[in-house]
Design a protein. Structure first.
Ligand SMILES: Nc1ncnc2c1ncn2[C@@H]1O[C@H](COP(=O)(O)OP(=O)(O)OP(=O)(O)O)[C@@H](O)[C@H]1O
Length: 266
């Protein structure tokens, strides 16, 4: 399990992550949602060890993050950042192989092939990464981080995804979150920053609602994703309806001109 207690991260004296406590549980998908600038990416960077918090404590499987060596940490947690820059003329498959290099492994052909088939990137494995579309690049980046956590281990592993579906069409958005759900069955704890509330409602077990660096609400998807909570955090009228079988809710935001009307959860 990952446990964060009372973590704080300041930029120029301003708390960007403000006394946040949370747990990431193996086998659970946790969605982090909240408006632009709420501190979602900063929180993720603190949790993975890229940003050093001013206060608080983060433990991975009971051990403080600062006591892990970088390679040790890379073996149990993988991170897909919001933007990945690549200036070298790598082929798609070579980009995916970079994920294993960070672990000190190479030539794990079977894992690479399996993950690239799963992410539907195998078909363009020999294409130059820079020649791929935005969505194709995003899937290659996903494959790069998935190879890190693909192999089972005794210790629980953690996967962090910062807006993994932002460039994807609807089919591939579902595919990515379906893959994330499958990883849960391998005992991996997944944390994904998502802007699509319906995707979060459909796939998350647990939701963290962030506003101005603080957790406004966290808990089961059903409890957190109420119209009242979402409207408060996003400052916008939002209707939450009961969904169809297997899909708990559908969430609808309303056009600006209807903002002054009163809406209730139905
Ligand atoms: N290095 C920095 N210098 C100044 N301000 C920063 C820095 N990093 C983050 N911030 C500010 O911290 C706040 C939180 O940023 P962060 O990127 O974590 O938000 P976010 O919730 O991920 O936003 P988005 O949904 O737009 O990606 C923002 O107001 C941002 O401008």
């Amino acid at each position: 399990m990952l446990e964060a207690k009372n973590i704080q991260y300041l930029v120029q004296g301003r708390p960007i992550v403000n006394k946040v406590s949370l747990q990431l549980i193996p086998g659970h998908l946790t969605a982090v949602i909240g408006p632009n600038g709420a501190g979602k990416s900063s929180l993720l960077k603190v949790l993975v060890g890229d940003y050093k918090p001013l206060g608080g404590e983060i433990t991975y499987n009971g051990k403080p993050i600062q006591t892990y060596r970088p390679k040790e940490l890379a073996k149990i947690r993988a991170v897909m950042p919001q933007h990945s820059q690549l200036t070298f003329p790598f082929k798609a498959k070579e980009v995916v192989e970079l994920g294993l290099l960070s672990l000190g492994f190479s030539q794990q052909e079977l894992i690479i092939k399996e993950v690239m088939i799963e992410t539907q990137t195998w078909g363009f494995r020999d294409r130059l990464y820079t020649s791929l579309s935005g969505g194709e690049r995003q899937r290659v980046q996903l494959a790069r981080v998935l190879v890190q956590v693909w192999i089972g281990s005794e210790q629980p592993k953690f996967l962090f995804l910062d807006e993994p579906t932002s460039s994807l069409d609807i089919t591939h958005q579902h595919q990515v979150l379906h893959i994330a759900s499958k990883l849960k069955q391998k005992g991996i704890a997944v944390m994904a920053i998502l802007h699509d509330l319906n995707m979060a409602a459909a796939y998350a077990d647990h939701v963290i609602l962030l506003k101005e660096g603080k957790i406004y609400h966290q808990g089961s998807t059903e409890k957190v994703m109420s119209s009242q909570h979402l409207e408060y955090v996003f400052e916008h009228p939002i209707i939450v309806r009961n969904g169809y079988e297997g899909i708990p809710y559908t969430i609808q935001s309303l056009p600006i001109q209807q903002k002054n009307q009163t809406y209730k959860t139905v």
